[in-house]
Write a protein that binds this ligand. Structure first.
Ligand code: ADP
Ligand code: MG
Length: 238
C-alpha cells in the first residue's frame, strides 16, 4: 500500500547540488532508517518526499502514484520533526486534529481519531493542555499523535528523539517501535544514533554527500560494511 520509490532524485540550492541522484525503494510496511553525517542531505531528502521542498529533478512515487509535484497535504505523508512544531495557542487535542479539521473532517470523527491516537500514546489526561504545559517527551508524543491521526501511508521522522534526555529517548524509541508494529505503516526515520538505527530498522540507508553510500539490513551493514565510512556509522567496533 505505502511503497515509496525515488528515481534519480536531485536537489540544488542555487549552484550547490546537495542531493546528487538518489534511487531508493522503501517497501510497504518497511521501517527504513537514514544515517549519515550532518549536512549530507537527510533532512532535504525527507522534505522533498514530504513535498516541503521542491525536487530539482527526478521522480517520487507512493503507492504506485507519482507525487513529485503534489502539495504536501495531498500526499498522504506525515512528518514528525525534531523541534515538535506544535501550535502554542492550541490545545493538545486541537494540535492533533488540526490537519483533519483543515481537510473538512466532521467534528465527531476528529474527536474519535484524536481519542484513539491519545490512547495509543498515553496522552488521554493531557488533551486540553497547551504545549507550554507539557514536558519535552510529552510534546514529542503529541507530535507523533498528530501524525497518526492523519492515517498516512508513509511516516517521516527527522531525528525525533534528539532533544530528549537519554532515558526518555529509550522509552520513546520503544514506543515508536510498538506503534510501527501496530500501524504497520511504511516509515523513514532519520537518526544520528547507532542504537536507534540498529534496533528500529528493517533497512538502513547510509548517506554521504548527497549520495547513498550503502543500503542493507542492520546486521549486514554491521558485520559487512562496504568501507570504513559505513563502518564508522554502523559497523562493529574494530
Ligand atoms: P542533514 O539533515 O543531513 O544534516 P540537510 O539536508 O539539512 O543535511 O542539508 C544538506 C545540505 O544542504 C547542507 O549543505 C545544507 O547547508 C544545505 N541546505 C539545506 N537547506 C538549504 C536551503 N534552504 N538553502 C541552501 N542550502 C541548504
Ligand atoms: Mg537534518
Amino acid at each position: 500500500m505505502g511503497k515509496l520509490i525515488l528515481r534519480d532524485v536531485k536537489k540544488s540550492f542555487g549552484m550547490a547540488e546537495v542531493i546528487k541522484g538518489i534511487d531508493l525503494t522503501v517497501e510497504d510496511g518497511e521501517f527504513c532508517v537514514f544515517v549519515g553525517p550532518s549536512g549530507c542531505g537527510k533532512s532535504t531528502l525527507l522534505r522533498m518526499i514530504a513535498g516541503l521542498e521542491e525536487v530539482t529533478s527526478g521522480e517520487v512515487s507512493l503507492d504506485g502514484r507519482e507525487i513529485t509535484g503534489l502539495a504536501p497535504a495531498k500526499r498522504e505523508i506525515a512528518m514528525v520533526f525534531q523541534s515538535y512544531a506544535l501550535y502554542p495557542h492550541l490545545s493538545v487535542r486541537d494540535n492533533m486534529g488540526l490537519a483533519l479539521k483543515q481537510a473538512g473532517t466532521p467534528k465527531a470523527e476528529i474527536r474519535e481519531a484524536t481519542d484513539r491516537a491519545a490512547a495509543m500514546l498515553g496522552l488521554e489526561a493531557l488533551m486540553e493542555r497547551r504545549p507550554a504545559d507539557l514536558s519535552g517527551g510529552q510534546r514529542q508524543r503529541v507530535a507523533i499523535g498528530r501524525a497518526i491521526v492523519r492515517r498516512p501511508k508513509l511516516f517521516l521522522f527527522d531525528e525525533p528523539l534528539s532533544n530528549l534526555d537519554a532515558a526518555l529517548r529509550v522509552q520513546t524509541r520503544i514506543e515508536i517501535a510498538r506503534l510501527h508494529r501496530e500501524l504497520g505503516a511504511t516509515t523513514i526515520y532519520v537518526t544520528h544514533d547507532q542504537v536507534e538505527a540498529m534496533t528500529l530498522a528493517h533497512k538502513i540507508v547510509v548517506l554521504r554527500g548527497g549520495r547513498i553510500e550503502q543500503t542493507g539490513a542492520p546486521m549486514d551493514l554491521y558485520h559487512d560494511p562496504d568501507n570504513i565510512f559505513v563502518a564508522g556509522f554502523i559497523g562493529s567496533p574494530q
